[in-house]
Design a binder for this molecule. Structure first.
Ligand SMILES: *Cc1c(COP(=O)(O)O)cnc(C)c1O
Length: 366
């Protein structure tokens, strides 16, 4: 038999995604792996039409609705294809008789969404922070959204750049948000959105699952040539079981939803996440050795990019971090520097350990 690794020896995992999950959730999944609650089989091995799985699926949806306060007139879909597939599904489903959509460009993920949407419609850039290297959210007053736009698309948290919306603009067309890296990190008002989508592997569960929360009025207007697998109406009619759904990812996400409820829900997660982020930004701002590229008002609570005074020290910094079991700290290959992703499952203890190491490294090299 393999040796069980005690939870205390788990790494300080700052991965941007696939990312850390709560140890309690993984332990429960382990305990239920070979025999899910007396069924004599793993969740991986059972039909998605079985009573046991239907209950898993329905409970997960109910818990997610409770956590986010999803109103009854929104559909919740558990799909495959990642957030990236939604970059195409959104214009295909939502354009209706319009031929333009507005996109706000705040970084790498917005840019990818824009490029994909451009295959299906005329994309109007409502606002962009590209000229300041995506260090902010463009001021709402400058946004140009037209009544002829089918929707306006934002990325609520730019995972690579570390830019996050901390409030929302009033817009006159449906608001569509890529929440892949900040969903469930704090309460939101779902009724402000036409559609929310999020790949699971950042702040929800395993890769292979993407959540779509969509207002019922936005269904049924998909382009005629929309593949069935991308048609929200097809999926909502079938309860996300139009074909075999990602059953294990759905199950594990359900365990995460239960865990979030046990923590006290999203208001409590917001308090925890805010404190973690403030701890890290304070350490960066109070040193002359580290710096953060994003303006203060738009800094992400989930992904904290930072640089060292001398990039030649990056390698040593990362080596020391690895020796302290702090992993996944290199910034995205497109931007360099460092990035600490501090999702729900990353504890204040891990952030404190990072901050202590940063201070130690600065004393030696600063
Ligand atoms: C990771 C990420 C994506 C891409 O997700 P996939 O599941 O890999 O397609 C899209 N948007 C944001 C904001 C992300 O963080």
């Amino acid at each position: 038999m393999t040796q069980m690794i005690p939870v205390t020896e788990r790494a300080h995992n700052f991965s941007a995604g696939p990312a850390a999950l709560p140890a309690e959730v993984l332990e429960q999944a382990r305990d239920e792996m070979l025999d899910y609650r007396g069924t004599g089989m793993s969740v991986i091995e059972m039909s998605h039409r079985s009573d046991a799985f239907i209950e898993i699926a329905e409970t997960a949806e109910k818990d997610l609705r409770d956590l986010l306060g999803v109103p009854a007139d929104y559909h919740v879909l558990f799909l495959q294809g990642g957030a990236t597939q939604q970059f195409a599904a959104i214009p295909l489903n939502l354009l209706g008789d319009k031929n333009s959509a507005a996109y706000v460009n705040t970084g790498v993920w917005s840019t990818k969404a824009i490029e994909e949407a451009g295959k299906y419609c005329s994309v109007r850039i409502a606002a962009s922070s590209e000229s300041t290297k995506f260090d902010r959210i463009p001021a709402y007053a400058s946004w140009q959204v037209d009544a002829g736009d089918a929707y306006v698309h934002i990325c609520s948290n730019e995972t690579i750049g570390g830019v996050q919306f901390h409030d929302l603009p009033a817009v006159s067309v449906p608001l569509v948000a890529d929440m892949s890296s900040d969903i469930l990190s704090r309460p939101i008002d779902v009724s402000r959105y036409g559609l929310i989508y999020a790949g699971a592997q950042k702040n929800i569960g395993p890769a292979g699952l993407v959540l779509v929360i969509v207002h019922k009025d936005l269904l049924g207007r998909a382009r005629k040539d929309t593949p069935s697998m991308l048609d929200y109406k097809v999926h909502s009619k079938a309860g996300s079981m139009s074909n075999t759904p990602p059953t294990y990812a759905w199950y594990l996400s359900g365990l995460v939803f239960k865990w979030l409820k046990a923590q006290g829900g999203l208001a409590r997660m917001a308090a925890i996440n805010r404190r973690k982020a403030e701890t890290l930004y304070h350490a960066i701002d109070s040193s002359n050795f580290y710096s953060a590229p994003v303006i203060r008002e738009n800094r992400s609570w989930m992904n904290v990019p930072f640089t060292l005074a001398d990039a030649k020290l990056d390698k040593d910094f990362l080596k020391g971090a690895e020796a302290r079991r702090m992993t996944h700290l290199p910034g995205h290959r497109s931007v360099g520097g460092m990035r600490a992703s501090i999702y729900n499952a990353v504890s204040q203890d891990s952030v404190d350990a990072l901050v202590a190491y940063m201070a130690e490294f600065e004393r030696e090299h600063g």
